[in-house]
Design a protein around this ligand. Structure first.
Ligand code: F6R
Length: 591
């Protein structure tokens, strides 16, 4: 949801900024822009299109600059609306991620005082507000300007006559990379990794001033210290490593991600500190998108193993339902730790007195600051917009939580833990044998509608399979509980709508076969995802994607990896932009 970068140091700023923006491209890719300070002038470039398509661009020889890659909110993608935005004098430039909710009022006020606007964006008001407050002190002008704005922002501001950058954040992420005689401010860590692993996570309300020999952070007008943290990721983690797409690379990283996440929380026993569960009377999961599907699987697991009621809410709908109480444990799941809806749900839950646990992939992310308890997935940086390995890592943490809280006999628990440890090998086998998945994808690529069905744990698997398919292949794909088809969706079935059925070998198996027969009777092609030794299913369906046999609860892993690959190869067959699906961005930092 827009990526911003600011650089000050000894290198040519434009090349640092462009290479860093490329690493933030997953946050938005409809247009981009760079401003570099040279002598006492700003050199500015703005382009429509994806920064990833740009080899290099000469924006002058300056050593200080800012840049932006955009996911449009206010004003359609165009050069005019691309950042950086400047004030009337052209001396002040800013880049912004977030939304200024009172921009219309501010714009009218500024225009009435003679300011001339060049874009339709909300951001430009900040440049003009800084201009109004500027009297030689950029830091002070930014602080004053921000007093007027409402909404969310991470900004970096540059003045043509100042050897410094001023940055600030409120409800949008911002990190400072601390290098050797160079600094880089960015929306996310991958933008920084080429230069340093030492970062400072800024907090809401922080204002940062960076100059060539140091930096200062202010909060509520007072200088404060923030800890430097060392990023455990390497730059290779954020590169394609020979794969055609990040998505494929990231799916292939799944075995390692499972191992890493397990080694964090499992020795002979589960090492998760479960104090978050003391005295609770219910669990409410909140999340968005794929992470929401992980929550649905979490509900299934916790209800299977633990005697406690569990609800699952879309984070954006959370406030419209019964509020949590002091005995509620709210569990938020968020890969990025920055999804605005999820963060807002967490804040509300805390205000109501609930305890909040977050499961996230990003060290130091905003979610970790709001939550009372944090469990990390060890998925490494996920660049592809479509979440894959991070979803599987979330499931691993959920298995461990459910088993940690469970009162099942120890022998049964130990059996399941033994099986969890085998999952990296199990997933490797799926990755090594993709022939049938590729064959089926060639067929599905010809259709415009797909239905995914499942029951029990198979239902959220179907939802996630459908989401992956629709977001990267643009095929309309719906996930449904298999039992619901006859209550409406049957009307859509027929030769033009293949059905993908997630067939889990548990108490839902027989009835799923019946549902599949009903679907076949409506002439839909049926693709089943089923156990490798399931002979029965072949009698009723057109294609079987076989996955290694596991305890049925781990079908959430095996089936999901197979369905991620199915979506990937279908999108590839259709020639889609897999890592950067249209209209989407990875980190959704607006509500
Ligand atoms: C889909 C996808 C999104 C995210 C959602 C939440 O493949 O990636 O649906 O799952 O935007 O993101 P996080 O988990 O970062 O809160």
């Amino acid at each position: 949801m827009c990526g911003i970068v600011g650089y000050i140091g000894f290198r040519k700023a434009d090349s640092v900024i462009i290479s860093s923006l490329k690493r933030l491209e997953y946050r938005g890719y409809d247009s981009w822009g760079v401003a570099v300070k040279e002598e006492n002038e700003l050199k500015l470039i703005k382009k429509v299109g994806a920064i990833g398509d740009v080899e290099a661009y000469d924006v002058g020889n300056g050593r200080i600059g800012i840049g932006h890659t955009r996911w449009a909110t206010h004003g359609k993608p165009s050069e005019r609306n691309a950042h950086p935005h400047t004030d009337c004098s052209g001396k002040i430039a800013i880049v912004h991620n977030g939304i200024i909710s009172n921009f219309q009022t501010l714009r009218e006020e500024l225009e009435s005082r003679g300011h001339v606007f060049k874009s339709e964006t909300d951001t430009e008001v900040i440049a003009h507000l800084i201009e109004e407050n500027y009297n030689g002190d950029l830091l002070n002008a930014v602080m004053k300007a921000l007093e007027k704005v409402r909404g969310s922002y991470a900004i970096v501001a540059l003045h043509a006559e100042k050897e410094e950058l001023v940055a600030a954040r409120y409800k949008s992420p911002l990190v400072l990379g601390v290098g050797d005689e160079e600094y880089i401010v960015a929306s996310d860590v991958p933008a920084i990794l080429d230069y340093t692993k030492r970062v400072v996570y800024l907090e809401d309300g922080d204002v940062l001033r960076v100059y060539d020999s140091g930096y200062e952070i202010f909060h509520d007008g007072k200088a404060i210290d923030r800890k430097i943290e060392i990023i455990p990721w390497s730059i290779e983690d954020a590169e394609k490593g020979g794969y055609e797409h990040f998505m494929l690379k990231e799916i292939h990283e799944t075995p390692k991600v499972i191992e890493d996440t397990l080694s964090e929380y499992l020795d002979d026993e589960i090492t998760i500190d479960a104090s978050f569960a003391f005295g609770i009377s219910e669990i409410v999961f909140v999340a968005c998108g794929t992470s929401y599907h992980a929550c649905l699987i979490g509900k299934y697991l916790i209800e299977k193993f633990v005697d406690i009621p569990v609800k699952v809410e879309y984070a954006s709908e959370f406030i419209y339902h019964q509020p949590p109480t002091g005995r509620t444990l709210v569990i938020s799941i968020t890969q990025s730790g920055e999804t605005a809806d999820t963060l807002e749900a967490m804040r509300i839950a805390k205000k109501k007195g609930a305890k909040v646990l977050t499961i996230t992939n990003v060290l130091g992310s905003t979610a970790t600051r709001i939550a009372d308890f944090v469990l990390y997935t060890r998925a490494g940086p996920e660049i592809s917009v479509a979440a894959t390995k991070s979803f599987i890592a979330q499931l691993i943490v959920l298995y461990l939580i459910a088993l940690k809280l469970s009162h099942i006999p120890r022998t049964e628990k130990m059996e399941l833990l033994k099986e969890i440890k085998l999952l990296p090998e199990v997933v490797k086998r799926i990755l090594d044998d993709k022939e049938e998945i590729e064959r089926v994808s060639k067929l599905l690529a010809k259709y415009e509608n797909l239905m995914y069905i499942g029951r029990g744990i198979g239902y959220p698997i179907a939802l996630e399979g459908a989401l992956k398919m629709k977001e990267i292949s643009y095929i309309h794909a719906e996930g449904y509980p298999a039992g619901e088809l006859k209550h409406g969706p049957f009307a859509l079935l027929g030769e033009k709508t293949p059905v993908v059925a997630s067939l889990v070998r548990d108490h839902t198996y027989e009835i799923m076969l019946n549902n599949i027969k009903e679907v076949k009777a409506r002439d839909s092609i049926v693709v089943a995802v089923a156990d490798e030794d399931d002979e029965e299913v072949s009698k009723y369906v057109d294609f079987v994607i076989r996955v290694p046999k596991t305890n049925p609860i781990f079908s959430a892993i095996t089936h999901s990896v197979a369905l991620q690959l199915l979506a990937y190869y279908t999108a590839k067959e259709r020639g889609c932009e897999i890592d950067k699906p249209r209209n989407l961005a990875k980190s959704v930092t607006v509500e």
